[in-house]
Write a protein that binds this ligand. Structure first.
Ligand SMILES: Cc1cc2nc3c(=O)[nH]c(=O)nc-3n(C[C@H](O)[C@H](O)[C@H](O)COP(=O)(O)OP(=O)(O)OC[C@H]3O[C@@H](n4cnc5c(N)ncnc54)[C@H](O)[C@@H]3O)c2cc1C
Length: 416
């Protein structure tokens, strides 16, 4: 009997895991089924560029089935819940899918309604998010017609996908309004619940310095309680207010709702509880999770999802072969930070090592924590790498899942 492998979610993680497993197992060894409620795959890092007219949603979208290797079945349906005891899951139409091995790759969902005032009457008029395709496109139209005033970029709370994207938005807004000769008339504010520009000290100092150079105001420890679109004000729980003409928010994130309907699978925010090293669910050994769906203390990023994929496939194979799991994920994350004017920074870190200066992946390579054109080209090239190497489940030459240590200037550690 072939193994029955079911993968929930056909985004970054679900697609690359399905394709990697299909390379490992022939159809007679394993039936692989992928389930997703939508049949369109969006390259989400491209959403950052939509508001500035540098791309559009159509250009960053492809069909889901076209991304899956031959011999992988696709079911277009939402998942209702996982019946962990019965090793099966129930789809929204009541169909039951049994599995020997389940991979949860359903990502994170935006829950704007969890914040007072969102989405509200001002949604896509003066309050936007570039984290959703429709709102990113509406923001493009609004920025094109923006003649001056205050723009606030606000992260409501963490965790969020790609924590550097809101900073990139501010840098690109600075560039965009300089190109249009309007920068003097536009005030850009970055309001964050963190106590600095980023989560870790060295990167936080570097990014705050760039904000200062570019005239972007940083408002820290701002915990948004309400987005009052009518009065054009962000209100924090501690009574502070930020007036705006245009607000760009990153709404709260949660795991998919079905996780909450699957007893014991998730935490209180529906993120799948799993081992931070093996990616195996804490609820059941035949369930694994990947990417934004997990409760891991790693960034919710495509790069993390890619590195996890290598580990997950190794462990899935060992699990199905009744062997001890040997694959170990170290929290490796790697992010380009677009900073405008055809430049970008690169950060590379893991559970224990914070983003440090130096070079990636070796002593010679892309500069870390420093603006460069090379990094900008890396960011642009990444879209091609995503469609042609990462999603098809190929290996990046010379780069494994573990964070490379060579090239980093100082060894910093942080505790979690
Ligand atoms: C604006 C933006 C910029 C970003 N920039 C970067 C970047 O520069 N670098 C980087 O590394 N990462 C970036 N990311 C993050 C990256 O896109 C995600 O971390 C990555 O896509 C996570 O992959 P995933 O498979 O976990 O989730 P996803 O790719 O989001 O896939 C989840 C899938 O599950 C499906 N699904 C959800 N619920 C259900 C359900 N109930 N039933 C069936 N299907 C369901 C969804 O339809 C979706 O297809 C960015 C994200 C955003 C939003």
């Amino acid at each position: 009997m072939p193994h029955r492998i079911v993968i929930l979610g056909a985004g970054t993680g679900g697609t690359l895991v399905a394709n990697r497993l299909r390379r490992v197992y022939s159809p007679t060894q394993a039936e692989i089924t992928v389930i997703d409620e939508v049949a369109v795959h969006i390259y989400q890092p491209g959403l950052l560029f939509v508001p500035f007219g540098l791309t559009d949603v159509k250009k960053i979208s492809r069909s889901t089935t076209g991304r899956l290797r031959a011999g992988i079945s696709f079911i277009k349906s939402a998942v209702s819940f996982v019946d962990v005891e019965a090793n099966s899951l129930v789809l929204e139409n009541g169909q039951v899918e049994p599995y020997d091995l389940l991979v949860v790759a359903t990502g994170a969902v935006l829950v704007p309604e969890e914040t007072e005032g969102l989405p509200g009457a001002a949604w896509n008029k003066s309050v936007f998010t570039f984290y959703q395709p429709e709102s990113a496109s509406a923001l493009w139209r609004a920025l094109a017609g923006f003649g001056g005033g205050t723009i606030v970029m606000n992260v409501i709370d963490n965790p969020i996908k790609c924590p550097v994207s809101p900073l990139e938005f501010c840098f690109l807004a600075d560039w965009y309004f300089q190109q249009r000769g309007l920068r003097e008339s536009v005030r850009i504010i970055y309001a964050t619940p963190l106590d600095g520009a980023f989560t870790t000290p060295i990167a936080s100092r570097a990014l705050a310095g760039m904000f200062e150079e570019k005239g972007i105001e940083l408002v820290s420890e701002f915990n948004t309680g309400e987005v009052d679109g009518g009065a054009c004000r962000l209100k924090s729980y501690d009574g502070r207010e930020i007036a705006f003409d245009l607000a760009v928010v990153v709404p709260l994130h949660e795991g998919a709702a079905f996780v909450g309907r699957s007893p014991g699978l998730g935490d209180e925010f529906n993120f799948v509880r799993c081992d931070r090293s093996t990616l195996q669910s804490l609820r059941s050994p035949n369930i694994f999770a990947i990417g934004d769906a997990t409760d891991l203390p790693a960034s919710k990023a495509g790069s993390v999802t890619h590195f996890e994929g290598e580990v997950l496939v190794e462990n899935a194979r060992q699990f199905l072969a009744h062997q001890p799991l040997q694959g170990s994920f170290d929290g490796h994350s790697n992010c380009f930070i677009e900073s405008g004017f055809n430049k970008a920074l690169l950060i590379d870190f893991n559970y224990d090592t914070e983003p440090l200066p130096g070079h990636f992946p070796f002593a010679v390579g892309l500069p870390l924590l420093t603006e460069s054109r090379l990094n900008h080209l890396g960011k642009l090239l990444f879209q091609w790498i995503y469609w042609n190497i990462i999603l098809p489940g190929r290996n990046l030459p010379g780069l494994g899942s573990a964070m490379p240590k060579r090239g980093k200037h100082a060894q910093g550690t942080r505790t979690r």
